[in-house]
Design a protein around this ligand. Structure first.
Ligand SMILES: CC/C=C\C/C=C\C/C=C\C/C=C/C(=O)SCCNC(=O)CCNC(=O)[C@H](O)C(C)(C)COP(=O)(O)OP(=O)(O)OC[C@H]1O[C@@H](n2cnc3c(N)ncnc32)[C@H](O)[C@@H]1OP(=O)(O)O
Length: 341
């Protein structure tokens, strides 16, 4: 078998991957007996893409490429989340220089993953919104585990517009009508729904089964001449990569302008302060009533959970420019946002 022969050549890799699998590493790489690299993403808590994480991912992809490993499976070490997409901390009040470096790194990682010469598959073992979905979509095959998890492009709900190259990728994977509907409405798909529109290729019972199904896909190439596979993939994917290569600066500038827009920032702050750990009004830098208002909404959401309509509260902060700040312990001030569960 072709893959077995390749594995023999790369048996030594098992002992050489340690440098990428130190305790500090956010990506654990293991090369299995068939010579397939399994990348377990393990950046707590939700594998969100920070600049450092993207750089590590970039190095990991180089490692797979440079060692002529035939195939790679991307998965998550966490039981409920594949990846939460962009790290909100990179989006909230961004420094222009850092953000542009961040986005350039993201473009680079995407081009490496999408244009990888090795076979790529994603074992999606948990939630996969926005950037998490893009990462999976950039692979050649997707298997998602059944359960209450969802996958999709929820950028518009955050006030963001997905980059053109992501839209093109989705349009080339599912049909244009489904893509437009999903992008504009921020629709999140259950595994069954995702399979129906071909956003994913298979559903698995659990992570092991998802990896086994990815391997079954990879095995199909045992019977195919490697150069024919690679050149075909490059012919199909090359134009999209070239297009981004020619427009990288405009793409970065466009996203930066979008990210610093006040409406996007309000959503970003709501997401950030929705965390029980970081919800701390004392952290506020300067007194912006709208900012205080949104932080309080996040605080109340954490206290009251499903009873409280956090997003509605945040929208009201924006609408009334922070003139009516909710106090979680004052029923009158929060009653418009309490639902009737
Ligand atoms: C190869 C190319 C690779 C990548 C391409 C990437 C992007 C480029 C393309 C398109 C644009 C993309 C835009 C985005 O990705 S914007 C980000 C969109 N993400 C979200 O909206 C996800 C928000 N999070 C959630 O919905 C849930 O957290 C999630 C379903 C992921 C998990 O829910 P769960 O109930 O299990 O956990 P939580 O209590 O909600 O969260 C735990 C913990 O994690 C923190 N968290 C969650 N999401 C993020 C994030 N995106 N960034 C940073 N931190 C995040 C959350 O605050 C909690 O923190 P703590 O309370 O401190 O534990």
């Amino acid at each position: 078998m072709l893959l077995r022969r390749v594995y023999k050549q790369h048996r030594w890799l098992a002992s050489h991957v340690k440098f990428l699998s130190t305790q500090k590493s956010s990506i654990d790489i293991k090369v299995d007996n068939d010579g397939i690299a399994i990348l377990n993403l393990q950046r707590p808590p939700v594998n969100s893409f920070s600049m450092d994480f993207l750089k590590e991912l970039s190095k990991s992809l180089d490692f797979v490429e440079n060692n002529k490993i035939t195939a790679m499976i991307l998965t998550s070490a966490f039981p409920r989340v594949f990846s939460a997409g962009l790290d909100i901390n990179e989006v909230y009040k961004p420094d222009a220089v850092r953000f542009k470096e961040f986005w350039t790194t993201l473009q680079e990682v995407w081009m490496k993953l999408f244009g990888a010469r090795f076979i790529t598959a994603a074992a999606i073992n948990g939630q996969s919104p926005a950037g998490g979905c893009l990462m999976a979509m950039s692979c050649e095959y997707r298997v998602m585990i059944k359960g209450t998890f969802t996958i999709g492009m929820n950028e518009t709900s955050l006030g963001l517009i997905a980059p053109t190259w992501f839209m093109e990728l989705v349009k080339n994977t599912i049909n244009v009508r489904d893509a437009e509907y999903a992008f504009t409405t921020s629709r999140m798909f259950t595994p069954e729904e995702a399979l129906k529109v071909r956003l994913i290729d298979e559903i698995a019972a659990d992570k092991d089964d998802a990896i086994a199904k990815c391997k079954r896909f990879i095995k199909k190439f045992d019977e195919i001449t490697p150069s024919a596979r690679i050149n075909t993939k490059m012919k199909l994917r090359g134009p999209a990569i070239k297009k981004l290569q020619n427009t990288r600066q405009e793409d970065t500038e466009e996203i930066y302008q979008l990210v610093i827009h006040p409406d996007t920032q309000k959503v970003a702050i709501f997401q950030l302060y929705s965390s029980p750990v970081s919800a701390n009004p004392a952290i506020i830098t300067g007194y912006d009533p709208m900012e205080v208002c949104i932080e309080n909404c996040a605080q109340c959401k954490k206290m009251l959970g499903a009873w409280f309509e956090g997003q509605l509260c945040a929208e009201s902060c924006i609408k009334y420019r922070g003139k009516m700040i909710p106090d979680c312990e004052n029923y009158a001030s929060i009653s418009p946002f309490l639902n009737k569960l």
